[in-house]
Design a protein around this ligand. Structure first.
Ligand SMILES: Cc1ncc(COP(=O)(O)O)c(C=O)c1O
Length: 409
């Protein structure tokens, strides 16, 4: 390759310009999207490393291609670090995403048509937990439990009743918009009583679990899936943890079951992520994520907002916008105009639709990574309040959000 084409900027200025705009956009905005984090330089370096295009089907020591000694070393390192971090009997680090991780667990533990009991989407679950729009809902027979109307926390009596009535092969818990800690021991007991397996999808809260900020599901579940790019602060991707006796079934369900060659750049970045997660700086960020969510929740509640379940135990806050006479779609657009990124979300018993729901989901991962603390959460709550009081004038508040964002590069 000629020397002048060795850098991205020289080889493809169009792509380089889009990336520069994206960096600038991040620098100018306050990111409260609960499923995102800020990519760190070491993670990005590993992601875009020499391993990025290595091709090797199979697992360390059992490949279908040659020249894999360093790909093997990297994957084994990621596996060992993931197992040590969470105290798991087995780890598969190849899933390209959270949905792929869940698909592989279903493939490993179920036959098509078998019954699964999972948290319904509108009550905080996830599409890949049997929504009719997802292949998971087409292949398996999903029955859904929800939250109690009074507390908006998971209705364990309903879980037990449905488990006894339907005798599912698998019970699933965890979700994408559930702001409370989950009683994994209670789920484990229900699963054992009805002889079901238990899958915990901790996609959102894995970082908080790794840091000891939330209880771990690992001792209670047959399999645990998570994503590495939310509170784990790593690259986009998924992981499956399981008991040692399920190792072969889980591995075969990823390859050849549902994926082909793994992405070794991503696996290298996951290894970096797990290495970082074992240290004190990571625990400090996770403490800040949780403290910031608690402050943000308290400040919004003080200003009159109703929060689903009354508050939060983790990194996310779900605001019921009905008392403001707004829907989530209107709120997210207005807040973006003011430089604050959020997302519309259904809430339990929502009279709205996924496109026009009653809720707004906020998360504190990115802001805590950037070093924002309680004072900034108070200011952000005040900004959100002002935007939602007069959504049509939201853009006028943009300089305030931008000034704060630039103070935390
Ligand atoms: C609970 C849960 N499971 C699975 C996923 C899916 O992850 P991905 O989008 O990486 O496939 C998500 C993503 O938001 C999630 O919240």
């Amino acid at each position: 390759m000629p020397d002048d084409l060795r850098t991205l900027e020289a080889a493809d200025p169009v792509v380089a310009a889009i990336l520069a705009h994206e960096s600038d956009r991040r620098a100018r905005t306050i990111d409260l999207i609960a499923s995102e984090s800020e990519p760190s330089s070491p993670v990005l370096e590993a992601l875009g490393s020499v391993l990025a295009a290595k091709t090797a089907e199979g697992y360390p020591g059992r490949r279908y291609h040659r020249g894999t000694e360093f790909a093997d070393a990297m994957e084994q390192l990621a596996i060992d670090r993931a197992m040590a971090l969470f105290g798991a009997g087995h780890a598969n680090v190849q899933p390209s995403s959270g949905v792929n991780a869940n698909l592989a667990v279903y493939r490993a533990l179920l036959k098509p048509g078998e019954t699964v009991l999972a948290l319904q989407l509108a009550h905080g679950g996830h599409l890949s937990h049997g929504d009719p729009a997802s292949i998971t809902g087409a292949v398996y027979r999903f029955v859904h439990y929800g939250v109690r109307a009074d507390t908006e926390t998971i209705d364990l009596d309903q879980v037990r009743d449905l488990a006894r009535a339907h005798r599912p092969h698998l019970i699933v818990t965890g979700g994408s918009s559930y702001p409370r800690a989950i009683d994994y021991a209670a789920f484990g007991a229900i699963a054992r009583e009805v002889e079901a397996r238990l899958l915990v999808d901790m996609a959102h809260v894995a970082g908080l679990v790794a840091a000891g900020e939330l209880p771990s599901p690992v001792a209670h579940a047959d399999a645990v899936t998570f994503t590495t790019y939310k509170t784990m602060l790593g690259p986009h991707g998924g992981v499956i943890l399981s008991t040692a006796d399920l190792a072969r079934r889980i591995d075969r369900a990823i390859f050849p079951g549902t994926q082909g060659t793994p992405d070794f750049g991503r696996i290298a970045a996951k290894a970096v992520c797990f290495g970082f997660a074992a240290g004190e700086p990571f625990r400090g960020v996770q403490r800040a994520i949780r403290a910031n969510a608690a402050t943000l929740a308290a400040e919004l509640a003080r200003r009159g907002d109703r929060l689903v379940s009354g508050g939060t135990d983790n990194h996310l806050v779900l605001v019921d916008l009905r008392s403001r006479g707004l829907t989530g779609d209107v709120a997210e657009v207005a807040l973006e105009a003011a430089g604050i990124l959020t997302n519309r979300n259904v809430i339990p018993f929502d009279p709205g639709t996924p496109d026009r729901p009653s809720g707004l989901r906020l998360g504190t991962t990115s802001s805590a990574q950037r070093g924002m603390g309680a004072a900034e959460m108070v200011e952000i709550a005040s900004l959100i309040d002002e935007v939602l009081r007069a959504p049509e004038s939201a853009a006028a508040l943009r300089p305030r959000a931008e000034t704060m964002a630039r103070r935390f590069p």
